[in-house]
Write a protein that binds this ligand. Structure first.
Ligand SMILES: C[S@@+](CC[C@H](N)C(=O)[O-])C[C@H]1O[C@@H](n2cnc3c(N)ncnc32)[C@H](O)[C@@H]1O
Length: 276
């Protein structure tokens, strides 16, 4: 039943070759990004955490050849795929740079716009990334990003907390709370801007829902395993995993049975700041 507990992400060419061009997950945030991003000619742009090429290729297509775009990501196999897309799509205004945004290989004051779709929760040190973005941006250059916010899948976390309490593992609730709350809030993200040399200009909040038939399919969904399962497994003692996740799966399934499936809310926001 808990086969997903032994999941490890196999970062191989075989995997990436079937990794969809754009997951529905990334697409929801990308739509929010494109809804609010201002498109202008003659921009030099970096997409931080460009992964397999989103929103980089789409933005390159929408901005056209007066603009030059760079995708920055340390993920080797995703970068290979992104490079293949540049070739397949015949894009002449995009390059991929294999690098961490903690050390952006560009001169000071050289970039007009930096975007990042779903990057911020994945950076080990967002403060350093924001400082680097500020260094390479020209004066009045923009940093626009989208992210999911604290409150992500709150319905799931509530069932998870109840499960831990039922198992008399109240001590583990704190660890789960910490994992849940590592996501930003409007206040914490705006502070990242203002602490690192930006004027915080605007933000827009939205949310969407993800539905699953039951807890078993949720925990076995390939993207849930890829994106979240490891962070949950890492916070609990190894010897308790089987007990915790069996009980969680059962509770999710009972809830789904009584409520016509599972519906999890994803709060998200677009943020934009300008280099002072
Ligand atoms: C959730 S994925 C988002 C990928 C893509 N932007 C999308 O919308 O689908 C986060 C990306 O950030 C990248 N990443 C993590 N740490 C990074 C860093 N320090 N600098 C640049 N990219 C980083 C990961 O390799 C991954 O591709």
């Amino acid at each position: 039943m808990t086969e997903y507990l032994s999941y490890t992400f196999n970062d191989s060419e075989e995997f990436i070759s079937t990794f969809d061009e754009l997951s529905l997950w990334s697409a929801s945030f990308g739509l929010l990004l494109f809804k609010h991003l201002e498109l202008k000619p003659n921009l030099t742009v970096i997409d931080i955490g460009s992964g397999a090429g989103f929103p980089l290729m789409e933005l390159a297509g929408r901005l056209g050849n007066s603009c030059k775009l760079y995708g920055l990501d340390p993920w080797i196999n995703a970068n290979k795929r992104a490079k293949q897309k540049i070739k397949n799509y015949g894009l002449s205004n995009v390059e991929i740079i294999e690098s961490s945004a903690e050390q952006i290989p560009f001169d000071d004051n050289s970039i007009d716009l930096i975007v990042s779709n779903l990057g911020i929760n994945n950076f080990d040190n967002p403060q350093i990334v924001f400082k680097e973005c500020n260094r390479v941006l020209k004066s009045k250059g923009k940093l626009a990003l989208t992210t999911n916010l604290c409150g992500h899948w709150k319905e799931f976390y509530n069932i998870f907390y109840t499960t831990l309490k039922q198992l008399k593992k109240d001590d583990l609730v704190v660890a789960l709370k910490k994992e849940e709350e590592h996501r930003g809030t409007v206040e914490s993200v705006s502070k990242l801007y203002t602490d690192n040399g930006f004027k915080f200009c605007r933000y827009y909040e939205e949310s969407f829902e993800m539905k699953f038939l039951d807890g078993s399919v949720f925990l076995n969904h390939y993207f849930v395993k890829l994106g979240w399962i490891t962070s949950w497994l890492n916070i609990f003692p190894k010897e308790s995993l089987e007990e915790i996740f069996s009980a969680l799966e059962q509770n999710l399934n009972s809830y789904a049975n009584e409520n016509n499936g599972l519906t999890f809310t994803v709060p998200m926001a677009f943020f934009e700041g300008e280099k002072i």
